[in-house]
Design a protein around this ligand. Structure first.
Ligand code: NAD
Ligand code: USQ
Length: 381
């Protein structure tokens, strides 16, 4: 298959591009490299030293003989996107290319407007480019479990059957996102659903949970292929942050009570989920939704696991319940369906102590690169 991976220089996109390339697909990357600019804006950097996209794809070619074309440009520029689509005519388009940090989107009005413009306009441009040039192309869009929020009932995969005044219908599951970023994903979902109904496009919306880990078999082949890993208070995510905090002797920053429960998955499962979606395209006119995570944990559970594994390795770790910088439920019911990807063949990499130890020992190697002042959260809402 010819597959474009937009956002292919990022944390999820880079390992996905390599994995799909290894599986024999003809992969091209679109990325504006704006993520690297946000690092500079915030004065942070990936824990791992990452190479330029050119060096990365060149090294991949040297090691495997597989070519990954790269297009440096912005999804919000329609002429650019249209030209790439005209040249590549992809069978599938994997769309990771968005601003993905909730805290970044909540810094101020400007960052909220930027996040929603970047994300919503990029996806709208994709819809129109596909409609015009490659209407059969399967759009595989990264959504987020956070679109649903934390309702006091089970979360379904995209749709829920509702009975009302004696009538019944299958309707999109209600959305209660918790940040301007998460809201942008809801807006994308609505636009994509409209496009499938109106123009018969094929779309899979992958409501992904929080991703942890960094290595895949492909990124581990060579230091030049290493994946990025964020630990700062804006782009770092829960479990990865705790592991890095333990590695550098920082207290584990549980926000508030820590009863916040989310779906999680290993980066090794992210790449496989994308492959599964690509190999099993949505039908024309179908807006298909998969919940892409493998296990649910509360934040406090995760901190306790990290503490236990770290102490087993002789690293003292202290859990600190710091004041929650976010407005969110700290104790709540959470149970979300996630069977569709498993039914299509996903074999999850579960969060065992060995997996935690593996990531911990990896991050310890890079601990001298950590800027301690960037660990605490400084964006509040
Ligand atoms: P990331 O920031 O590491 O990568 C995103 C990439 O997209 C970056 O390389 C950036 O330069 C690029 N990009 C952003 N806007 C662009 C634009 N307008 N045009 C071209 N390129 C652009 O993020 P990630 O962690 O890899 O996340 C990828 C996707 O997966 C996002 O859509 C995110 O919402 C979703 N997701 C991530 C997680 C997670 O835990 N990391 C969880 C659920 C969903
Ligand atoms: N949290 C802590 N301590 C920390 C960091 C986070 O307690 O040091 C808590 C947060 O308050 C929140 C939960 O952990 O309750 C998750 O926060 P996070 O920063 O790990 O993840 P989130 O902001 O939800 O965003 C991340 C990705 C985003 C993706 C989302 C999936 O950055 O792109 O969409 O995970 S989900 O959470 O399922 O919506």
């Amino acid at each position: 298959m010819k597959i474009i991976v937009a956002g292919g220089d990022g944390f999820c996109g880079w390992p996905t591009a390599l994995y799909l390339s290894k599986q024999g697909h003809d992969v091209a990357i679109i990325d504006s490299l704006i993520r690297r600019k946000w690092d500079r804006e915030l004065g942070v950097d990936s824990l791992t030293p990452i190479f330029t996209l050119e060096e990365r794809t060149q090294r991949w070619f040297e090691l495997t003989g597989k070519q990954i074309n790269t297009y440096l440009g912005d999804m919000t520029h329609f002429d650019f996107l249209r030209e790439v689509m005209r040249q590549e005519r992809p069978d599938a388009f994997v769309h990771f290319a968005e601003q993905r940090s909730a805290p970044y989107s909540m810094i101020d009005r400007e960052h909220a407007v930027f996040t929603q413009t970047n994300n919503v306009v990029g996806t709208l441009n994709l819809i129109y480019a596909v409609k015009e040039l490659v209407p059969d192309c399967h759009i595989i869009k990264l959504g987020t479990m956070g679109e649903y929020g934390q309702p006091n009932i089970d979360i379904e995969e995209g749709y829920i059957t509702i009975s009302h005044n004696g009538r019944e219908d299958m309707l999109p599951y209600p959305k209660q996102p918790g940040s301007m970023y998460h809201l942008s994903k809801v807006h994308d979902s609505h636009n994509l659903m409209f496009a499938t109904k109106n123009w018969g496009l094929r779309v899979t919306d992958l409501n992904q949970g929080v991703v942890y880990g960094l290595h895949t078999d492909e990124t581990q082949l060579d230091p030049v292929l290493v994946n990025r890993l964020d630990y700062d208070g804006v782009f770092g995510t829960a479990l990865n942050r705790f592991l890095i905090q333990a590695a550098v002797g920082h207290n584990l920053t549980v926000y508030g009570a820590g009863g916040q429960t989310r779906g999680f998955l290993n980066i090794k499962d992210t790449v496989r989920c994308i492959e599964i979606a690509a190999n099993n395209p949505a039908d024309r006119g179908e807006f298909r939704v998969f919940n892409q995570f493998t296990e649910e944990f509360s934040i406090l559970d995760l901190a306790e696991k990290v503490k236990r594994v770290a102490e087993h390795e002789g690293i003292q770790a202290t859990i600190d319940h710091i004041q929650n910088p976010r407005k969110e439920k700290e104790e709540h019911y959470y149970h979300a369906a996630h069977t569709k990807l498993v039914d299509l063949g996903l074999k999850p990499h579960l969060l065992t102590d060995d997996v935690l130890r593996g990531i911990l020992l990896t991050v310890v190697e890079y601990k001298n690169r950590v800027v301690m002042e960037k660990i605490m959260p400084d964006v509040k809402w």
